[in-house]
Design a protein around this ligand. Structure first.
Ligand code: 2IT
Length: 447
């Protein structure tokens, strides 16, 4: 296998699918050396097969807005790889959603899910529906229309969607309600991220952020550092940023910045528990404005329009929002301001230039598919509880989440340890995830 020629062929086949090509290139560059030590992979053309999704469903979603006007959006489900389990991954509702974006996310999800120790394949879906400014009724009608098209292609042992950007507990509720009506059975394991009284797992809402901080603790400990007393800048104020802010604060760090598409809120005294609670209201309002935090807490938070969280001085940077939200210039600015660690919580939150800048400057860096895997892990645990018709306590789920994040960290160390003793987490995560899926594909023959 040679990355250059493979990428040239993929670029010709999928022109303009930039996020997808970026995600594939990163994985191929990481695995090239190991892959070429396995002639059996080459013979079964594993790499040529693993970069293409098994299938993609594309559908029209038509719904009626509050003014009575007919609206049409596009819906998708990318069933990427089911070598180690049913397709599993979130739904993203965002105006910028394209097949390329969902293919990159489905590809990443395949390796992330392999890292979790649980039997889950990779999938992703969503729509170009823009939740910003929508009423609760509009959200409900959109979710119902979306599920009308999707329901026949999903199931507890087929494909299990969940939340992602723009899809949280409320949306999963509306999606599940319509699924149950259409399927005429209570197929509880068909979606994860459900409400706690109807099959949801305790700790699922917190899981991505909590898992990310557990992983960060391992990264720091391995480097002989402690999170206590560190300043943290994080981007976003959605579900993931909320869980990260909560756990970082609980562990004794100080969250000094959160951000949104409109700008950054600096919080020099550190975010308080009241402010963390308010993040949930900000998300539920569908206003998509981080400025609301400064309006509500003018003494504690200072809003600057048009600036990113990466302009704020901090020890640890945690991108928690969107792909490519931290670029090479942002990385340089962070480093100049003294940042020494960046754990990517969003999927592909850092551009290749940012990762290269961090790594060549000796900054501790860990990629999203390892750092944020706690979310889908607790989704996997939700599937287990659903299949067993039981629900575990918060303490049980948290203990399992701790174990999973530790396992992922160990896998990264196993495959990413360099000659000088430091760890290349990007390489480690990519190789560990790839080896598991590739081996399963090999054993299952040419299908
Ligand atoms: O990116 C992700 O891992 C998620 N959005 C969570 C997926 C899931 O199935 O819980």
């Amino acid at each position: 296998m040679e990355v250059k020629s493979l990428m040239t062929a993929l670029e010709a086949k999928h022109p303009g699918e930039n996020e997808y090509l970026q995600a594939v290139r990163e994985v191929l560059e990481s695995i090239e050396e190991v892959y070429n030590q396995h002639p059996e992979f080459e013979k079964a053309k594993i790499v040529e097969r693993i970069v293409e999704p098994d299938r993609i469903f594309t559908f029209r979603v038509t719904w009626v807005d509050d003014k009575g006007e007919v609206q049409t959006n596009l819906g998708y489900r990318v069933q990427f790889n089911s070598a180690i389990g049913p397709y599993k991954g979130g739904l993203r509702f965002h105006k910028a959603v394209t097949p390329s974006m969902l293919k990159f996310l489905g590809f990443e999800q395949t390796f992330k899910n392999a890292l979790t120790t649980l039997p889950m394949g990779g999938g992703k879906g969503g729509s170009d529906f823009d939740p910003v400014g929508k009423s609760d009724g509009e959200i409900m009608r959109f979710c119902q229309a979306f599920m009308q098209e999707l329901w026949q292609n999903i199931g507890p042992d087929t494909d299990v969607p969940a939340g992602d950007v723009g899809v949280g507990g409320r949306e999963i509720g509306y999606l599940f309600g319509m699924y149950t009506k259409l399927a005429r059975e209570y197929n509880v394991g068909v979606l994860t991220g459900k409400g706690a009284t109807w099959g949801g797992s305790i700790l699922r809402p917190e899981a991505t952020g909590f898992g990310a901080l557990y992983f960060t603790e391992h990264v720091l400990k391995t480097a002989g550092k402690d999170i206590k007393g560190c300043t943290v800048a994080l981007s976003g104020f959605g579900n993931v940023a909320w869980g990260a802010a909560l756990k970082a604060t609980e562990l004794g760090a100080k969250v000094v910045a959160i951000s949104g598409p409109d700008g950054v809120c600096e919080i020099p005294g550190g975010i308080t528990s009241e402010m963390i609670d308010y993040m949930l209201e900000m998300r539920a309002s569908n206003r998509n404005k981080v400025e609301d935090m400064a309006t509500k807490y003018p003494e504690a938070a200072k809003f600057t329009p048009g600036k990113k969280a990466w302009s704020v001085k901090c020890d640890i940077a945690l991108p928690c929002a969107f792909q490519n939200e931290l670029n090479g210039d942002d990385a340089k600015e962070l480093i100049a301001n003294g940042t020494w660690c960046c754990c990517e919580v969003s999927n592909m939150g850092c551009t290749p230039e940012a990762i290269e800048t961090f790594q060549s400057n000796g900054i501790l860096f860990a990629p999203g598919k390892a750092v944020n895997a706690g979310g889908v892990s607790v989704s996997g645990l939700e599937m287990t509880q659903n299949a067993m018709h039981i629900s575990w306590s918060g303490a049980e789920v948290d203990e399992k989440l701790h174990y999973i994040m530790e396992s992922i960290h160990s896998a990264c160390v196993k495959y990413g340890k360099k000659a000088d003793g430091t760890i290349d987490y990007v390489k480690g995560a990519n190789i560990a995830g790839f080896m598991k899926v590739a081996q399963a594909m090999l054993e299952q023959g040419i299908v």
